[in-house]
Design a protein around this ligand. Structure first.
Ligand code: ZN
Length: 332
């Protein structure tokens, strides 16, 4: 059925829709082949309402996007979807998604194809972001690159020979679960001391909370978890730069462990470019300069020749752009 749909759609090539499904919001963009976003909308995911509600909201978001864009549906070649979970892009099946309750074995491509009658492509959200930077962003023309999504968690996308590397079980690229300290904190993946437990927003906040708890064992007025969650990440980084003893070494550790993880990736994979995207990457040079110092001081010399460590340049839209670009640059 899909191949018939694809044949039918061959003439339609002007626009693609990219959907970035997150634990808190669903972003959707109508994109042309140059990577220009004609229309972008977002809706809350409300993930706790369960799988069926979220799927309906995805369909509704796509529908709203089409209606609000004013573009004739005949000009839309298909839909790409980035999902934060384990999945198989070849079959269009999402196996699990930790931040989306109830998402077990969801044939998301088939569901959306049935509704919109256009080809639907699937990718892990971090791979989609990497793909966006590769096709439309800072990685254009780069054959071998690693993209790290530094946000609530840490995701990764590996691009080799100009293609997304998926691995045997389609699960490759989990850079957030590189173990950087064997005695480190427990991680959501079941392991201990993963990069994500030190260098993600959640990891940084968890470590601050643990410290506050220890410092204020008998103090009922100490900061609660939600107090800490309400401190913005830029504020945490700013406090660290001012030398606030509560957060300084936690933020220093976050950057240094990120350096450890990137050095491992660089020595292992010899990429031409390492791209950083996501909320923490908004720290810009304040993150980039100490990070580069770390990696360039420790990785093997041959790996550092021509290596670039850079920020993504798609301003938070790498996910939707990469998802849309699956339509035009995929092996499916
Ligand atoms: Zn882990």
């Amino acid at each position: 059925m899909v191949s018939n749909i694809i044949r039918k759609q061959e003439k339609r090539a002007k626009f693609a829709i990219g959907v970035d499904l997150g634990g808190t919001k669903i972003g959707a963009a109508l994109v042309n082949k140059n990577g220009d976003i004609k229309k972008y909308i977002k809706n809350p995911t409300n993930a706790q309402q369960g799988k069926d509600v979220v799927i309906d909201r995805i369909k509704e978001t796509i529908n709203q996007l089409i209606n609000q864009s004013g573009v004739n549906f005949d000009n839309i070649s298909g839909i790409g979807v980035g999902v934060p979970g384990q999945l198989d892009a070849r079959t269009g099946m999402v196996y699990s998604a930790p931040n989306l309750p109830g998402w077990k074995e969801v044939p998301i491509c088939r569901i959306i194809e049935e509704r919109f009658q256009v080809p639907v492509f699937l990718e892990n959200d971090a791979n989609a972001a990497a793909w966006g930077e590769k096709i439309f962003g800072v990685g254009q023309g780069v054959r071998d690159m690693v993209c790290l999504t530094l946000g609530t968690g840490i995701g990764g996308g590996l691009i080799f020979n100009g293609k997304i590397y998926h691995g045997n079980k389609f699960a490759a690229g989990e850079v957030g679960h590189i173990i950087v300290n064997k005695g480190g904190p427990h991680c959501n993946c079941g392991g201990y001391g993963c990069l994500e437990t030190y260098s993600s927003a959640t990891g940084i906040r968890d470590r601050i909370f643990d410290r506050v708890k220890k410092l204020n064992k008998n103090n009922s007025e100490s900061l609660s978890k939600s107090d800490i969650n309400n401190i913005s990440l830029p504020d945490i980084f700013k406090r660290a730069r001012k030398g606030d003893p509560l957060v300084k070494d936690i933020v220093d550790d976050a950057i240094e462990y990120l350096g450890v993880g990137i050095t491992i990736l660089v020595n292992l994979l010899n990429p031409k470019m390492v791209v950083l995207v996501g909320g923490i990457a908004n720290e810009g040079d304040k993150l980039l300069i100490p990070l580069k110092n770390y990696v360039f001081g420790r990785a093997m010399k041959i790996m550092l020749e021509d290596l670039q460590i850079v920020l993504g340049n798609l301003k938070g839209q790498a996910g939707v752009l990469g998802a849309a670009a699956l339509l035009w640059h995929s092996d499916k």
